[in-house]
Design a protein around this ligand. Structure first.
Ligand SMILES: C[S@@+](CC[C@H](N)C(=O)[O-])C[C@H]1O[C@@H](n2cnc3c(N)ncnc32)[C@H](O)[C@@H]1O
Length: 281
């Protein structure tokens, strides 16, 4: 296979499955991450031959994409801020809006004072690893109920030289947090079952439902429980940060108000959706 025949194969096999913009993005990812080439390399030498081993790898990726497997699973990793993170079926693929949440925290603590941070809902480890590597004086712990997510996040911490305390714990079954923190942050499951119809096949069929979904009846269950724990686990001047369901900004603010939180700030993401909250107690 040549670079050009690879491109033709990708677009013709997948054109009925994905919009052109997504095919362009797949092409760029495979070119850069599998073949270690740039678009300029492609433009200069479209007829150069791809090795048999790489051709087989690309064929497998195209087959996976045909079945709507996420490209990040097929190449085995994703990028989050400047980190390369392994992802698999046990962890949520980190989203761009979560980078915005991490930037908010890093900006708030850029004076580099030593702080204790707790992240709830580890997943790939994107939040605790990015906080630890961007805030040199942060002592970061993270909790997840999924042992397989923790195992993945531990590998990601090692490859990114981050020191994190991993805690295997069900936060909903936790009555009290034992330590005190300057920052408690969480991107908990927040997609209501009723929103499943909006969700794309690659997410619904291949990402962990444990990480995504909550019941229609009590969609803020994690926010309420974590906020209750934070009331006694935040140090004086400590801050709670949440990524939130874009449709439930007002409800999440009200929940925090009713629990006695103050200085509540609701923030939009780059797409203009209500996406993050911070508050103190
Ligand atoms: C939305 S994902 C967020 C993952 C990661 N922080 C991110 O931003 O990509 C939520 C995470 O919460 C974890 N989780 C779900 N229920 C939990 C529980 N009861 N206690 C602790 N963690 C839980 C899931 O395993 C998942 O890793």
């Amino acid at each position: 296979m040549t670079l050009l025949t690879f491109k033709q194969k990708l677009y013709t096999t997948l054109e009925s499955h994905y919009p052109k913009t997504e095919l362009d993005s797949f092409f760029k990812i495979i070119l850069e991450d599998v073949l270690k080439l740039s678009k300029i390399d492609f433009a200069l030498e479209p007829n150069s031959t791809i090795s048999d081993q790489k051709s087989d790898e690309i064929d497998d990726i195209i087959k996976g994409l045909e079945q709507h497997q996420p490209i990040q699973h097929l190449i085995g990793f994703t990028e989050f801020m400047d980190l390369k993170l392994e992802v698999n079926q046990h962890v949520l693929i980190p989203r761009p809006e979560t980078e915005e949440l991490v930037h908010w925290i890093v900006d708030d603590f850029k004076n580099n004072t030593p702080i204790d941070v707790l992240d709830i809902g580890t997943g790939s480890g994107c939040i605790p690893i990015a906080l630890s590597t961007n805030m040199k004086n942060a002592n970061v712990s993270t909790i997840d109920v999924s042992i397989k997510a923790i195992a993945t996040a531990k590998r990601n911490a090692t490859t990114n030289n981050a020191t994190i305390q991993f805690i295997h714990q069900d936060i909903l079954a936790t009555k009290k947090l034992t330590n005190q923190y300057d920052v408690i942050v969480s991107n908990p499951p927040y997609v209501r079952d009723l929103e499943k119809i909006e969700i794309q096949k690659n997410v619904l069929n291949f990402e962990p439902h444990l990480a995504l979904f909550v019941s229609n009846d009590d969609p803020l269950v994690f926010y309420r429980h974590i906020a209750q724990l934070a009331k006694t686990a935040l140090k004086p001047n400590g801050i709670l940060y949440y990524e939130i369901n874009q449709y439930l900004g007002k409800e999440t603010v009200e929940l925090l108000q009713n629990l006695g939180f103050k200085n509540i700030e609701l923030k939009k993401d780059v797409f203009g959706n209500d996406r993050m909250i911070k508050a103190s107690f």
